[in-house]
Design a protein around this ligand. Structure first.
Ligand code: RIB
Length: 306
């Protein structure tokens, strides 16, 4: 009989991404002629759920969509990726929306309108507490209300389920949250927000661990990821060098793949190598959820010794 794997449960956002391709990110007061427009499923939570599912891991998502036309499309997209949608709920009004400018360089800028994601509340978490308790790991981000996130982290801590927080977009967190998080995974600008005045990734990691965090993974794009833990790990996991076409959701891909690899019993540095490979593949493709690689693709990438 096969081993029963506890699912990854994502408690987070789901949005429709309205992506405008443009020569460069427009400055204030500037009008540019765009080169394309696409509507693609996104939202940091849903992106992470789809990425983990594509890697063959059981995943469920707790989230809310609007009663607009996008709501059913977003849930269908999760289901088609084999994400368990039993805890996806409709909320009145619009779905989450993300207005994205994607420059030819691969850089992006994003404005989020939370819509239904703002309706994630403590009662939503209570209704799905059984699912959360059953998780091998819970993945969270900061596109739902901070109160709901704090409540979720407290539940995870109480029942002993590790929680990984991708603190994006950066926002102030209650002090208790830092002690309830198993993995904290900020990118460079988010790290600057939480570890003010730190000069280097190494110094930032020390400041963050001093807040009570157990493990941090500081994502630095092409530089790689600096991993540091209370147990004394402090090392870089390098990124793979690939031509970047679209970096939207590369961080989400990294988080999901890192969680999958940790749950499969890998140490943090080996898990970060797997995640770096998954994220490298994702930036060579357009879209958020659409760019997430399968397990076979990541295995082939690593086998090719990239
Ligand atoms: O992390 C990328 C995501 O951020 C996009 O899919 C967009 O929805 C925003 O939430």
């Amino acid at each position: 009989m096969g081993e029963i794997r506890k699912p990854i449960v994502v408690v987070g956002s789901i949005s429709m991404d309205l992506v405008t391709r443009t020569p460069q990110i427009p400055g204030a007061g500037q009008t540019l002629i765009g080169t394309g427009f696409e509507t693609t499923p996104g939202g940091k939570g849903a992106n992470q759920a789809v990425a983990a599912a594509r890697l063959g891991y059981p995943v469920a998502m707790v989230g809310k969509v609007g009663t607009d036309a996008y709501g059913p499309m977003l849930v269908d997209n999760l289901a088609r990726a084999a994400v368990n949608t039993v805890a996806m709920e409709p909320a009145g009004g619009s779905s989450g929306l993300a207005s994205i400018f994607l420059a030819e360089s691969g850089e992006n800028s994003i404005v989020i309108v939370p819509g239904a994601n703002a309706r994630m509340d403590r009662e939503t978490i209570d209704r799905h507490a059984g699912l959360i308790r059953s998780a091998g790991m819970v993945l969270c981000q900061l596109e739902i209300p901070i109160d709901t996130l704090s409540y979720t982290l407290a539940l995870c801590a109480e029942v002993g389920v590790p929680a990984m927080l991708d603190p994006a977009p950066a926002a102030a967190l209650p002090e208790a949250a830092f002690r309830q998080i198993a993995w904290f995974t900020p990118n460079e600008s988010e790290t600057a927000f939480y570890a003010r005045n730190a000069a280097s990734a190494e110094e930032s990691a020390q400041l963050l661990l001093a807040k009570g965090l157990r493990c941090v993974a500081l994502k630095r794009g092409a530089e790689g990821v600096f991993i540091a833990t209370q147990e004394g790990i402090g090392a870089w996991a390098p990124a793979f060098s690939v031509p970047a076409l679209d970096t939207v959701a590369a961080g989400d891909c990294w988080n999901a793949a890192f969680a999958v690899a940790l749950l499969e019993g890998n140490g943090p540095l080996e898990a970060a190598r797997f995640a770096a490979a998954a994220a490298a593949i994702s930036v060579t493709r357009r879209g958020a959820q659409n760019a997430m690689p399968t397990r076979a693709e990541v295995d082939a990438f690593l086998a090719a010794g990239r």
